[in-house]
Design a protein around this ligand. Sequence first.
Ligand SMILES: Cc1cc2nc3c(=O)[nH]c(=O)nc-3n(C[C@H](O)[C@H](O)[C@H](O)COP(=O)(O)O)c2cc1C
Length: 406
Amino acid sequence: MHNIREILNNVYYVGVNDRRIDRFENMFPLENGVAYSSYLIKDEKNILMDSVDAAFGRQYIENVEAALDGEDLDYIVVHHMEPDHCRNIDVCMRRWPNAKLIGNTKTFKLYEQFYNDEFKDRYYEVKDGDELNIGDHNLKFVFAPMVHWPEVMMSYEINNKILFSADAFGSFNAIEGHLKAKNVIHKGNWLDQARRYYINIVGKFGKQVQALFKKVEGLEFNAILPLHGPVYDDPESIKFILDKYNKWSTFTPEEKGIAIVYASMYGDTEQAADILAGELADLGVSEDIKLYDVSDWDPSYIISDCHRYSHSVFAPINYNSGLYYRMEAFLEELVGTGYQNRHVSFLNNWSWGGTSLKKSKEILEAGKHTYIGEDVLINSSVKEEQVKEIKALAKAIKEDLDNTEI
Ligand SMILES: Cc1cc2nc3c(=O)[nH]c(=O)nc-3n(C[C@H](O)[C@H](O)[C@H](O)COP(=O)(O)O)c2cc1C
């Protein structure tokens, strides 16, 4: 049985929900699955936007067949070659033998790398800015290289001002009935999941996202249809997510707040982090204070909040003369997402010596951070002297937070 929605006039959602997947890209834990979105525009020529993950072939083909309602398929656009969106392209090409495959040079190169050149004689190659008229709809292809793969392109439907945005503006979470962003984006964990998706998957490519914004400057959007998560089709939600993307892609904190990230094997560093958090609250910090044990949390959550907030406190500890490896992996990954220009402080625990603090600072160096307060050095366990130092650090962070404009 099919399950499709007409989301805009003659634009059908033909995507699927994957609630059986535990980790996206076999890496990022999912709390409530993910949607693989695909769209069909019906017009004089029918055009399909991308496909879905391999696991959903049968369901997907039934969806596309239902949306076509007996008509033929003329084109399939491959906006992004990542397999969660293109593993059913070959199935569609065989099912609809008159369909042409729309992509760019890089799309077809990647297609043949992942699969083969079976459909070579049906390629319809487009260049950046090319247009294709299919009746009442007029598509303009906008290349968006490295947002977040090299072949990525978007389609802007000129007459109705609809942007088919590939992975940009996507989110984790399967769709629970509400496909329209206005019904979900301000509720539950949707914004957190949209942020975690962007920061961890596209985040590194802020420059390329900004280049795309420049390219589409002046275009109006009535709808943004991404390849995951809800669709944006009202002015408020569109403005909301564009503002967020502008912040995220310029590595600007979204809000004032403090992420405290610690490593602790026996609880002493954790206690120092707790004392600091309590002291910050007692000093009147009303913004979010989040504590993350690097051994406990998947890095994608911590990385997302380090980008979200203005302030971070890192508490690395010494381990076999170096930096505790989970903290090292976390910091490397954080830097890999372009984390920069934040206000940063340190707690450190040592029992006989090591390079953990120095190494942590070296890893973070590229981000040109502002260091707030004195580093607090804990010799195995927190003593009265360190409580004083932690209080002084809390005071410095509170003052700086008060002086921070977002
Ligand atoms: C397996 C292991 C290796 C450690 N290696 C070092 C080290 O090389 N240098 C050091 O100063 N402390 C080392 N420590 C001590 C920790 O850095 C820390 O001082 C101690 O675990 C207390 O902090 P915690 O209660 O937060 O774990 C090590 C601890 C463990 C459990």
